[in-house]
Design a protein around this ligand. Sequence first.
Ligand SMILES: CC(C)(COP(=O)(O)OP(=O)(O)OC[C@H]1O[C@@H](n2cnc3c(N)ncnc32)[C@H](O)[C@@H]1OP(=O)(O)O)[C@@H](O)C(=O)NCCC(=O)NCCS
Length: 313
Amino acid sequence: MPEGVPPEGLQRRWRDLVDRRLPQAARARPEWPVRLDHCFARILLDNACGGPWRESVAAPAWANMPAERLAFAIDLGEAVLSAKADLDLLNRRSLVWRGKGGFKGRGRPAPAPGSLTGDGFLLRRWIRADDAPFAGLNADPEVMRFFPSTKDRGESLIEARSLDRRFEVDGFGPWAVAVPGEGFVGFVGAMRLIRPMPFAGGEAVGSIVEIGWRLARSAQGRGLATRAARLALDDLSGRCLVPAVVAFTAACNAPSRRVMERLDMAFSEEFLHPSLLAGDPLQPHVLYRLTMPEPSAARDRVSRDRAPGNHRS
Ligand SMILES: CC(C)(COP(=O)(O)OP(=O)(O)OC[C@H]1O[C@@H](n2cnc3c(N)ncnc32)[C@H](O)[C@@H]1OP(=O)(O)O)[C@@H](O)C(=O)NCCC(=O)NCCS
C-alpha cells in the first residue's frame, strides 16, 4: 500500500458514513441543506482539504487521500451527526470555494484588506512567489521539529492554497509575513477551527478561532511572531469583531508558548492532540486563551501603536 493511503478500515468507515448514515439521518433533519451521499462527501472533503478537494486529491478521494485527512473528514461527519457541526456553515464554505455563492446577506464576512502594515514587516495575502520559500521552511527539520514530520513540496503547495482560501470564507486567515529585503518569511494569523478538538468549546466546529504562526529559521528569535500576531489580533477584534481566540501547541514547544505568553494569553488546559498517537512526545498539547479588548479599545490601540516613535517589541 502506498504511504499515507487510508487503511481499509478507515475507507469502510468513510463509505458507511457518507453512503448510509448521513443520508439516512437527513430524513429526520429537514433543515439540512443537502441529503445526497455525493453532497455530504463534497462538503466534508472540501472542509478537510481547505478548498475543492479535487484540486489536491485524485478521485476517488476515500482511496487516495492521506489517511490523516480522511480521518479529519470522518471526524467532521461524526460532528455533523451529533449536532456539533453546522452542516449549513460547512456547505457554504464549500460553495464559496467552488465559486457558487454560499454566503448571502447576513453571515457574509467583510472582505479582508490586501495587507496590514507593521513595524518592519507586512502582513499580506499569499502570492505564488511564496510557494518556494514556504516549501523551503516546511522542508526544514528545525522549523518543523514540533510537527509530526516535514512537508514535501506538493503538501506545502496544498497548504499554502488552503491557508489563503481561509480569507475567502472567513474574512480573515493566516497572513503571509513579508520583511523588506527578505521577502516571504512565514505566516502568522487566525483560522476558524474546523477540526473537532477535545477542549471546552473546541468540539463545536467553527465556533472557535485559533491563532498560529510558523517562521523560517532565519526570521526566528527577533520577536517577529509576537509583533505580527498583535497586528493580526487588532485586525481580528477591530474589523472582524472576533471576541476571543485560542492558541495551542505541543507542550514542549517553548518558543511558541513564549509567544502566547507575550501576547498575554492565559494558560487554559492541557489536552492530548487527537491526530497524534499515544506515546508520541508531541501528543501532550497546551491550550491558551485570549479574550479580545472591546473593538473601540482595539482601534485606539492600533492608532496609539501607529503613532510615531511608539513601537512595541
Ligand atoms: C514559534 C515561533 C513562531 C516563534 O517566533 P519568533 O518570532 O522566533 O518568536 P520570538 O522571537 O518572540 O521568540 C520566542 C522565544 O523563542 C525563543 N526562540 C526563538 N527562536 C528560537 C530557536 N530557533 N530556537 C530556540 N529558541 C528560540 C526566543 O529566544 C524566545 O524565548 P525568550 O522569550 O525566552 O527569549 C518560531 O519559533 C517558529 O516558527 N517555530 C517553528 C514553527 C512552530 O513551532 N510554530 C508553532 C506551531 S504551534
